[in-house]
Design a protein around this ligand. Sequence first.
Ligand SMILES: [Zn+2]
Ligand SMILES: [Zn+2]
Length: 712
Amino acid sequence: MSSKPIVVQAVVDKPLSQGFDYLWDIEKLGCLPEVGQVVQLPFGRGSEVGLVIKVNTHSEYSIDKLKSVEKVAPLPPLDDALLRLMNFTSQYYVHTLGETIMPSIPKMWRKSEDWEKIPKKIESAEKKKAKKIPSEEVEGYITVDQLNPEQLDALKTLVDEPKKTKNLFRSILMQGQTGSGKTAVFLNWLATILKDEGAQVLLLVPEINLTPQLERRVRAYFPNEALAVLHSGVSEKQRGIAWHEAFTGKARIVLGTRLAALASIPNLRAIVVDEEHDPSYKQQEGTRYSARDLAIWRAHDQKIPILLSSATPSLETWMAAKAGRYEYIRLDQRAQGALMPKVHLINSRDPQNQFSPGDENSPQTRSLITKTLANAITKNLESCKQSLILINRRGYAPVLSCSACTWLSECTQCSTHMVMHKAGALGKKSVLSCHHCGLVKPIPSFCPDCGNADLKTLGQGTQRLEDAIEEMWPKARVLRVDTDSSRKSKGAEALFQEIHEGKVDIVVGTQMIAKGHDYQNIGLVAVLDADSRLYSPDFRAAERLFAQLVQVAGRAGRSGKNGQEGGDIYIETQYPEAAVYQYLLRHDVDGFLSHTAREREEAHLPPYSYQGLIHAEGKTLDKAIQFLSSLKGRLKNKGLLGKELRIYDPVPKAVMRVAGAERAQIVIESESRKLLQEVLEIIDQDLRNESQGRISKTSRIRWLIERDPIAI
Ligand SMILES: [Zn+2]
Ligand SMILES: [Zn+2]
């Protein structure tokens, strides 16, 4: 045995900033240690799976006190490029390396007791391969010969890059309205990249619901290439295997949601971020990373091209393209010559638009649907086209109230109301459900405060709207699509299929219907509660609403092969004069973004500044606020506050209490990215000094630092 011991430093998924030293016994483990190896380690009283980040011959600690690595995963070490990405992510988002890396590895590989069984699982998965569908049968399969001149130009710009240098980094925004054929362009582009043997590409999509149809299209384009699909909706085993296929280079195309941005793809040659503006790219727990931003960093680091695609780019990306920092490709025609949908703003305050008592066909109770919209739906039904009615609230009614006293169905654990769900949605009977903490309760027969039996619902959700529509159009076939209905039945895909097959006349649902689906026969789209999303304290509310409405409008009249009509979109609003609606009326995406940019500049808000957020939660709001105030005081004493760095006062969060914890936050803002980073690191150090993990030892407040928050 050699005299020099081998010491490795490893990280685990804990909020502990340093790595830990362990001894490595070559004979026992059967291999040499390498940075990037996944290993099982003794930790505390049990074992943990961790990652080797250093290999040494000495330790700062006494060698004979060190414990030994127990087991090595049947995996090659994670590659250097991935470790660089993880180091950056950890530093930028002020989270420990262990907390950043370990959750990005699928659970299957973090269960060391199952490691022996993995090779068999992989073998059996290989035998079952998806059967090929003939490309021509897949909707949206468009070969190079079928591209229109504008798409061809876009493709040429993407492909015609002199490849003399080793650095192929390019960041490109492809902006084109829904229906302009962006997907066909980037899939044809990826095809040119995949001609290189061994090359891998990464295709990011914002939502799980969008992957099945894109997956079909990708398979149609690349029937002979191995595809790995990575998102949280597939089983742990499938995800573990797909991750392994990406990591070993077997899968040449990696398609996935934000978590795929952190997958190891050793021969990565190009990245596409579809719907790059979508807030789903931001992770909202643990290391709160932006998958889009990390993908850009990764492309830059690995010297490869990245394409950001959207009909309504985020202000950040759009400004970068305008300023020439990103290349800019525009697709302004709808691909198959379909017209733009006509936008109608219905002023819901105008009595002319409302049903009056005695009106023929009027709903029995006051309906969210105005007379103008009801007439349009009737007309659309008559012309045998489908209607899509969107309301952003699932459930029957947002609140249950007592008609005799002031009782409202408040959640006992959160500062919100419990939503009423009708029988059959979440259980056999009607229930009250909290959408924040998940608490479910039976509907009380009497008011808990005064005993009155007359309880009334207030407002509307998808279920109530479904009832109202069935009542107004008794002959129409109505389908509700929201997370409740898709969970209950065969899943969202099956519901979308019913719409595609024309088995439905009126679809009622939340935003999830509007995303990415190419319906062929939608003549009318209506949005009922757009205003509720406009007047939110979040400064990004209008930008997000605009993107959603444009997407929704894109669903109307995507008549593709069959027709040339543009369809209609109806928006019920009390504020038709608001900028977001006015720009929508003219389909003026650039006008809206310019307008928004001016507003942000005046207010020094992102992208004209950078933000960090410190979250604090504890037993009482007072304690959480106090915790943040005293942090602010300490930063002030250190002389950090000034013109370059603004720290706002601590405030309760929009939903202050969730699941019994009371929550506050503080916003930190600077025009300098570097300064903000330094200050967040100082804050991390400061808070860690008196915390165990991320819980303050004195006040028991749980805290978290978030970089580039997207919801404030
Ligand atoms: Zn009462
Ligand atoms: Zn609750």
